[in-house]
Design a protein around this ligand. Structure first.
Ligand code: NAD
Length: 290
């Protein structure tokens, strides 16, 4: 397949390279000059999408996606798949999908879970919104870039799944870190705490797979001085997206709001910027109730 790929950052670059290694003809474009082995390089977004059967975008946010979409949609060939893998707000995903559908394209919002490691290893999970025919056309590409693609329904539902998942993740990480800090002060050994909780009803991905306590559980960013991993800044971005969506949908999400406020303080007023999102544990450990 002939593929245009726009946004060759930490995630986009390895995804584009995996598609090229999978035998597809990939032409990439990024506002930063990035050249990748096996991936053709275009001098503009419209050049990258020229004649492409599928265009993939992997961009920082909804505003940038809307701008790029307005530029490339008129230049894309009818019947092509517009596959946006960025994490953006549900409203932007739906607005871009409508614009693409009006132009005779097959839009899919397909944000990912799995991080940079998953992008490099081709083991991402895709959560996909859009029509069935677009999903079927993109399926061979999901199989190359990831290990699982779930069709979540109409346009925007992929982003809805992503922000709901990450709202749970932010809340459970905070709960896990709070509980470790409390356990420390009660004199409970961290290994004992892990051994109990990871096999009890308090278990979660945050405890079992991505344990925020160094030296306990499987290797995680806690064992690497809390270098990301998944940066607290990105968790804050996703929690803001879920709170904005909750506001629009009139959904009551008090723990999501509390998690957003804690990550905002951590990133913007404390020392959380650029640290892994599990660095909430040393944050709680260093504090008392007052
Ligand atoms: P990144 O900042 O490394 O990459 C974004 C790229 O987009 C940059 O190279 C930038 O130059 C380029 N760009 C910006 N504006 C552009 C434009 N107008 N035209 C073309 N290129 C443009 O970010 P990333 O980590 O690759 O993340 C990309 C998306 O994936 C984000 O929406 C993020 O939330 C999501 N995501 C990231 C992770 C992660 O662990 N990094 C995990 C899951 C999802």
């Amino acid at each position: 397949m002939k593929i245009g790929f726009i946004g060759l950052g930490n995630m986009g670059a390895p995804m584009a390279q995996n598609l090229a290694r999978g035998g597809h003809s990939v032409t990439g474009y990024d506002t930063a000059t990035i050249s990748l082995q096996g991936v053709g390089s275009a001098s503009s977004a419209t050049e990258a999408v020229d004649g492409a059967e599928v265009v993939v975008t992997m961009l920082p946010n909804g505003d940038i996606l809307r701008r790029v979409a307005a530029e490339i949609i008129p230049a894309m060939q009818k019947g092509a798949v517009f596959l946006d893998c960025s994490t953006v707000d549900v409203d932007s995903a739906r607005a871009v999908a409508e614009m693409a559908r009006d132009a005779g394209l097959l839009p899919l919002d397909a944000p990912v879970s799995g991080g940079v490691g998953g992008a490099q290893g081709g083991t991402l999970t895709f959560m996909v919104g859009g029509d069935e025919d677009g999903f079927e056309k993109a399926k061979p590409l999901f199989d190359i870039m990831g290990q699982k693609a779930v069709h979540c329904g109409a346009s925007g539902n992929g982003q809805a799944a992503k922000i709901c998942n990450n709202m749970i993740l932010g809340i459970t990480m905070i709960a896990t870190c709070e509980a470790f800090a409390l356990a420390d002060k009660l004199g409970l050994d961290r290994q004992a705490m892990f051994d109990v909780v990871s096999t009890s009803s308090g278990s979660s991905w945050s405890m079992n797979t991505y344990c925020p306590a160094p030296g306990v559980g499987p290797k995680s960013p806690a064992d690497n001085d809390y270098k990301p991993g998944f940066a607290a800044d990105l968790m804050l971005k996703d929690l803001r997206l879920s709170q904005a969506a909750a506001e629009t949908a009139d959904a009551d999400t008090p723990l999501g709001a509390a998690a957003m406020a804690l990550y905002a303080a951590f990133v913007e007023e404390e020392d959380g910027a650029g640290r892994d999102f599990s660095a909430m544990l040393p944050r709680f450990s260093g504090r008392g109730r007052g």
